[in-house]
Each structure stands twice: as structure tokens, then as C-alpha cells.
Write a protein that binds this ligand. Structure first.
Ligand SMILES: NC(=O)c1ccc[n+]([C@@H]2O[C@H](COP(=O)([O-])OP(=O)(O)OC[C@H]3O[C@@H](n4cnc5c(N)ncnc54)[C@H](OP(=O)(O)O)[C@@H]3O)[C@@H](O)[C@H]2O)c1
Length: 332
């Protein structure tokens, strides 16, 4: 059996990576529809030896589509996921629009695949920073996860294709001595760090920080988990890094922690050396963990460094892995 698949936002940073992930993960596709706005309709992408043209989503007929991978942003998802559902398709959505809905599973296949059984034709892909962190937290759940503190160092590709271009232009401008303006971020991102991702709430946390806290509780099914996040944009093109501190009910040595992480599917542990970097994590699907230490400042504490490609495991690959897992579980 193979499936008629639509990729919404196919010309974007995530959508174009989804096209590659579908091929790499060998998801059985009978027909692939690439969709975006009228701005980029007609753009061409290679697919299994053919050239496919991007179609304008406004004139697209959803009839017959079985799986819809959404990477067109919140406005597109809110308007079009119901349309895809009405046509009978299962949507896997990368936006934040449905993630916290009680009837929408929020899934990282290696962490909580069973949640997929509750789907009502919509599954949400978690936030990129959340995905890589929960993959590294899962191995410790049976030791009683009491508290998580995380600081992130997030690449510009997490904002999308315009942000990648902005960092490139600012860097080239700096190297050639030319003043270049910025519009994607509120301050120049080149040679800088911006401690704001998303808008500020009344409690001082940003949207990205709230997503990490709320989504982690939902995915791990720990509604009372004590968790606090600080999210920072850094001048890196691909790959988010995180410094994670955890407190457990039971003690865990560095050797045992590394052993547990090494057994986790989709996680690679670096037991020695300076720790994984975004350049090492870029363009592949695994979550890299290193710098595992006992945190001496609390009882039963551990700290480690987690890196992953935000466009791949943080978005496109996780979405395609969800589709593959649903196929394996007989849910498609
Ligand atoms: N970047 C990441 O690391 C990451 C990680 C997790 C989740 N996400 C989420 O994934 C989504 C896409 O992010 P991105 O980084 O790929 O953004 P992006 O590079 O800016 O690409 C946006 C894509 O959406 C299309 N689009 C824009 N408005 C649309 C509309 N109204 N209807 C249909 N398509 C529309 C654009 O098409 P045109 O070419 O026609 O403009 C483009 O293909 C967002 O919801 C984002 O929050 C991103």
C-alpha cells in the first residue's frame, strides 16, 4: 500500500526538508503534492527521479489526499487542517496551533508512540527544542524525574528561510565592511545572542519557553513536572543546543546515565571529549548528548548537553517518523 501525500509549505526550511525525509525514510508515497502560496507556485523540486512543481494551495483539491504534512505556519494550519480532515486526510502538523489540544496527540515516536492511538486525524509535531530534550529525558523517567532546568542556544533556521538569509547577509556585510539592516529579528543576530524567542507573557517567559515547559509535561505525561526554560537565539545556521539540568528521586552515576542514554533509540552519546556541536548534528536525524555530569548543587542531580538538527529531528524528520510509526502501528 502506498499513500497520496501533501506537503504544505514545501518551499520553506521545514517543508523542503520533509521532501528529503520522505525519501530517506522510504515512506511509501504513491503521489506527492507540493503546496505553498501563489508566491512560489511553479517552483520545482526533484522527487524520485521526477521533477515536481509546487502548486498554489488556494486552488488545491484535497480529494484523495491521505497524509498531509503541514509546515506552512499557524495561519495555514488553522485554516487548512480542518479542510484536510474533512477530505479524509490525516494531518501531521508542525505549527503550535493544535499541540496543546486535549484530543491531539503530541508525539516523538521514540518517546510516546502509544499516544498516536488516540488520534482523531490530527497529530501535532512538538516544538523543535522540546523534541530533542524529551528524547534525552525519557531514559531517566523510571528514576523519578522531579525537576528540569534548561537553557537553549537555538539556530536561525528555527525561524525559517528568511532568518537564514538574514544571518548570511549580516555576516557577509560585516566581512566586507558594509552596514546591513535586519528585519527578521529585533536586533542584529550576527555575532550576537538574543535572549527572546517569541513574545513575552505577563510572567516574563517567552512563547518558546512556555512551549518547552507545557509540551514537555504533555509528552512525558507528567502534568506536575517542575520545569523552567530560558531560550536564546544564537548566530548558528543549523542545530539547536541545550544545557539541561535534571533532579531525580533516585541517584544516578555518570556511567549509568551514559548507559541509559546510549540505549535510547535515536540518541547518540559522546562519553568523552568536548561535547557535540551543532555542526556535528546538522543534516542528520540523531539527538547527540555529551558532557554528562553529576550536578553537585542538588541531590540526585545530573546535567548534560543536548544537540540536534532543528529542521530534521526538530521538525521534518520527526513528522515523517510519526507517519512511519502510524503505518507500523496500523493507524494509517
Ligand atoms: N524551522 C524550524 O526549525 C521549525 C521547527 C519546528 C516547527 N517549525 C514550524 O514549521 C512551520 C514552517 O516553518 P519554516 O521554518 O519552514 O518557515 P519558512 O522557511 O518561513 O517557510 C514557510 C513555508 O510556508 C509557506 N506558507 C506561508 N504562508 C502560507 C499559507 N498561508 N498557506 C500555505 N503555505 C504558506 C511558505 O510558502 P511561500 O514560499 O509561498 O512563501 C513556505 O513554504 C512553522 O509553523 C514553524 O513554527 C519550524
Amino acid at each position: 500500500m502506498s499513500y497520496s501525500v501533501a506537503v504544505v509549505g514545501a518551499t520553506g526550511a521545514v517543508g523542503s526538508t520533509m521532501i528529503a525525509s520522505l525519501q530517506e525514510q522510504k515512506f511509501p508515497v504513491s503521489q506527492l503534492h507540493l503546496l505553498a502560496t501563489a508566491r512560489s507556485a511553479g517552483s520545482e523540486y526533484g522527487w524520485n527521479g521526477q521533477t515536481l512543481k509546487v502548486q498554489d494551495i488556494e486552488s488545491f483539491d484535497w480529494t484523495g489526499v491521505q497524509v498531509a504534512l503541514f509546515a506552512g505556519g499557524e495561519i495555514a494550519s488553522e485554516r487548512l487542517v480542518p479542510k484536510a480532515k474533512a477530505a479524509g486526510a490525516i494531518s501531521i502538523d508542525n505549527s503550535a496551533s493544535f499541540r496543546m489540544h486535549a484530543d491531539v496527540p503530541l508525539v516523538v515516536p521514540e518517546v510516546n508512540p502509544e499516544a498516536l492511538r488516540q488520534h482523531q486525524k490530527v497529530v501535532a509535531n512538538p516544538n523543535c527544542s522540546t523534541i530533542q530534550m524529551v528524547a534525552a529525558l525519557k531514559p531517566f523517567l523510571d528514576l523519578g524525574l522531579k525537576r528540569v532546568t534548561v537553557s537553549t542556544y537555538q539556530s536561525v533556521s528555527g525561524t525559517g528561510k528568511d532568518a537564514i538569509e538574514e544571518l548570511e547577509n549580516l555576516t557577509r556585510g560585516w566581512a566586507s565592511g558594509q552596514a546591513v539592516g535586519h528585519k527578521v529579528y529585533p536586533a542584529p543576530i550576527a555575532f550576537n545572542c538574543l535572549p527572546q524567542i517569541g513574545s513575552f507573557g505577563e510572567d516574563g517567559f517567552t512563547g518558546e519557553e512556555r512551549k518547552m515547559m507545557e509540551e514537555t509535561r504533555k509528552i512525558l505525561d507528567l502534568p506536575e513536572l517542575r520545569i523552567s526554560a530560558t531560550c536564546v537565539r544564537v548566530p548558528v545556521f543549523y542545530g539547536h543546543s541545550e544545557s539541561v539540568h535534571i533532579e531525580l528521586d533516585k541517584p544516578c552515576s555518570v556511567a549509568e546515565a551514559e548507559e541509559r542514554l546510549a540505549r535510547m533509540p535515536g540518541v547518540q552519546v559522546q562519553k568523552a571529549g568536548p561535547g557535540p556541536t551543532p555542526l556535528q548534528a546538522a543534516h542528520q536525524d540523531d539527538v547527540l548528548v555529551g558532557r554528562v555530569r553529576v550536578d553537585p548543587s542538588v541531590e540526585n542531580g545530573l546535567q548534560f548537553w543536548v544537540v540536534a538538527d532543528n529542521l530534521r529531528k526538530g521538525a521534518a524528520s520527526n513528522a515523517v517518523q510519526i507517519a512511519c510509526k502510524m503505518l507500523e502501528m496500523g493507524l494509517l
